[in-house]
Design a binder for this molecule. Structure first.
Ligand SMILES: [Zn+2]
Length: 78
């Protein structure tokens, strides 16, 4: 039997830790698909649904998408 063997339970615990440190991570494609909705909700002061919270997280780490978001906000404000 290998010493590297992990039981399902141990594996599950490890995955939980990974999920806790990195909530939902999305890529730019997903972000750009939903950033319009996010910008609109934000401007209207509406609560951000769970699925879209990941957008906010992505915008905080991705310059490209944040630029897109800022342009959208400007467009929506006018
Ligand atoms: Zn991005």
């Amino acid at each position: 039997m290998s010493a590297m063997y992990l039981s399902h339970l141990e594996l599950q615990k490890m995955l939980d830790v990974v999920r806790a440190t990195h909530p939902v991570e999305i890529d730019c494609d997903v972000c750009l698909m939903q950033v319009g909705e996010f910008a609109e909700l934000n401007l209207l002061g509406k609560p951000i649904p769970e699925g879209i919270e990941a957008i906010e997280q992505h915008l905080s780490i991705c310059d490209e998408c944040r630029e897109e978001y800022e342009m959208l906000c400007l467009a929506l404000c006018n």
